[in-house]
Every structure is written in structure tokens, then in C-alpha cells.
Design a protein around this ligand. Sequence first.
Ligand code: FAD
Ligand code: FES
Length: 280
Amino acid sequence: MSTTILHKKNLIPGKTSKLTLYAPEIAARARPGHFVMLRMHDKGERIPLTIADIDPEKGSIVVVYLVVGKSTAFLESLAEGDDILDVCGPLGRPTHIEKGGTAVCVGGGTGIAAMHHIAKGHFRAGNRVVGIIGARSKDLLLFEKELSSFAHELLVSTDDGSYGRKGLVTELLRERLEKDMAVFEVVAVGPVSMMAAVAETTRPFGVRTTVSLNPVMVDGIGMCGACRVSVGGQTKFACVDGPEFDGHQVDFAELRRRLAAYRDQEKLSLDMYERRLHEN
Ligand SMILES: Cc1cc2nc3c(=O)[nH]c(=O)nc-3n(C[C@H](O)[C@H](O)[C@H](O)COP(=O)(O)OP(=O)(O)OC[C@H]3O[C@@H](n4cnc5c(N)ncnc54)[C@H](O)[C@@H]3O)c2cc1C
Ligand code: FES
């Protein structure tokens, strides 16, 4: 199914944008935690992006992406009104959301946008939502306004101290858990190193910890095996068994290794794309 970009908002110049896409069938069925696969043109690869918000009445979904390689660079070159060849979804298992008390939702970098949809789900289920968000600096912090419209508490950290607490989200998380043992779940979405650190922070507290994994995906529907991850010693496919898993059981070292496996080819592909852009 093709889709049209209804609205584009650049959040971090040249790096991160928020797209509202017309996709009524997906908007009607999507739940927090779901993702879509986008293919921009007939020679393009399919890339997974988390559904950061939905508006079933307008038939639209929101995705937020960080430009890291050729496909996300091409996506960034599109404008409002442009078409995207394929959008497939909603994919993956939705977040398991139950009413349990206080849920702490931790987001890092672009992951804050995806975490925002999960946090909203907890809010709608009647849970007390504590949002903890972090970025390298103030200008890279996303979705603070959106989260503060419903989160009961919002704690912010930046690596350089330009906004909120200077330091990492895990320091805020540890302090918050020490203050309030009634937290029934911690959810983390962000860079692999952040999710691994969140899982280590919550382990001594024995709090259920859910992380949203981002392995390389090819088909997104369980056929190719590209998204293989190890969880509790078992092989899982993130696109159909996840992408959310028990953070205390995930083999993060393996995930890091697998994410880096095609780095040379990905760099070459981006270099060639940029060279062609400059030549034209
Ligand atoms: C379920 C899921 C949901 C995702 N949601 C989002 C989202 O909402 N927003 C967003 O910006 N990104 C998201 N990602 C990551 C996104 O799919 C990749 O960044 C994208 O496919 C990269 O494509 P590319 O061609 O631009 O870069 P590539 O050339 O493929 O890669 C360039 C660089 O990015 C790294 N990379 C490649 N694939 C991934 C990946 N899956 N995760 C992290 N780093 C990767 C590579 O190691 C390399 O360093 C998600 C991934 C998954 C699996
Ligand atoms: S992406 Fe192919 S099996 Fe998951």
C-alpha cells in the first residue's frame, strides 16, 4: 500500500524529522509498540520505523526517524505531499499494557518518540506515568512537550548539562526507583547501550523491564531471519516475537555485534548516494 506524507516537521535540522503519513487501515489497528516497514521507491530497501502516534479519525500515523544511512537520508529528502511507495503494518506485537500502578517510561534520543506512544498507552490504562528522557544536549531532546501533556512526572537529563540534570537517564532512573518501590514496570526505548544500562539499573530492584529492540530487519514478517536476537538463551525474531522483550534476558552484546555486521557496506552505500546527489 502506498502512502502520502501529509505533514513533515523537522525536529533536528538535517538529522531528525517527524512525518505524518496517510495510512487509515494502519491507524485503525495500530497499538503502542507496533512498527511499520517503509519502502520509499522500487529500488529501495524496506526499513522499520516505530509508530510514534496515531490519529484513527484522520487516518494518519506518525513516524520519527534519525538520519543514519542511505534509506533514512532519502526519506529526509522527501517533502510534504510526496508519496512513499510502500507502507506495511502494523507489525510486531503491541506493548503488553496492564493497569498496575506506576510505570516508568525511559526514552533516549529518537527512541523518545516511540516511547511516547507506549507511555500514552500506560496513561490511558490508568497508570501513573513517570517519563524519563535524555539526549546529548538540549537541542537534541525530542517530544518533551507531547510527554508533559499527560505524564504525571517528567524527568530530563542531558549528557552536557545544557538542560535538566547533567548526566545519564539511568542516574535519574536509579534515584526514582530508590524513592518509590511501587513501580511495577520500566519500559526503555533508545540506543542499545542505553537499554542495556537501564536493564542493569533495574536488575537489583527486581522491577519488570521491557526494552524495544532494533536489530537490522529485511522483511519484517518473520521469513528472513535477519532480526534474530537471543533472549533468555533462546532465539527470537524481533519482527514477530517482539520487538519488545524482557530486558533482563536480552543478549545485548550479540545485538551490538549483529548491528555492526554490515557497517562497511552501509557506509559505502551512503557515500555513493551522497556522491550521486552532488553530481546531479
Ligand atoms: C522495530 C524497529 C523500529 C525502529 N524504529 C525506529 C524509529 O522509530 N526511528 C528511527 O530513527 N529508527 C528506527 N529503527 C532503526 C531504523 O530502522 C534504522 O536506523 C534504518 O533502517 C537505517 O536505515 P539506513 O539505510 O538509513 O541506514 P543503514 O545504512 O542501514 O545503517 C546506517 C547505520 O545505522 C545503523 N543501523 C542500521 N540498522 C539499524 C537499526 N535497525 N537500528 C539501529 N541502528 C541501525 C547501522 O549499524 C549503521 O551504523 C527501528 C528499527 C527497528 C528494528
Ligand atoms: S526481519 Fe525477517 S525475520 Fe524478522
